[in-house]
Design a protein around this ligand. Structure first.
Ligand code: HEC
Length: 124
């Protein structure tokens, strides 16, 4: 009797520990517009309106600034890192922060447009 209930409790404790343990917390923000075509179009409009094209080209294919449509990123393999590059800029480079000119919503739309450009390119 004693033994059985002890085992029962042990099982409950283990179940609790395992349900908590998978590294949660620190989850990166996800693009709320992932896969949304209309948002990508809006992102392109914002990219042109904000003047990103001056350095990255009209189709984000790269000029003074890097090509943003390929799979090569300086530090940005995730949507959240691309978001941060745009919001915070890259210190020590001409890539300045745009958080004061674009809302987070607008930045996510630009991220989605860049992802869409990348998908189109990979599909070729
Ligand atoms: C004055 C030129 C200039 C303008 C304007 C500019 N960028 Fe950049 N951008 C750069 C340069 C140069 C880099 C590379 C920085 C580095 O070496 O880390 C960069 C880097 C980036 C990166 C990261 C690329 C990578 O491979 O990690 C993203 C994303 C980006 N820019 C998006 C934008 C967007 C969106 C806008 C408009 C809101 C914009 N940039 C405006 C010059 C510019």
């Amino acid at each position: 009797m004693q033994r059985a209930s002890f085992r029962h409790i042990t099982a409950a404790v283990l179940a609790a520990v395992f349900s908590i343990s998978p590294a949660r917390g620190e989850e990166e923000p996800k693009n709320p517009y992932a896969g949304v075509q209309a948002a990508a179009e809006e992102g392109k409009r914002l990219f042109l309106k904000t003047g990103c094209y001056a350095c990255h080209g009209h189709e984000a294919e790269g000029a003074v600034g890097p090509d943003l449509t390929d799979d090569e990123w300086i530090y940005a393999p995730t949507d959240a890192m691309i978001f941060n590059a745009i919001a915070r800029g890259r210190r020590g480079t001409v890539m300045s922060p745009f958080a004061d000119q674009l809302t987070p919503d607008e930045i996510w739309k630009i991220v989605e447009w860049l992802r869409e450009r990348n998908r189109q390119r990979n599909a070729k």
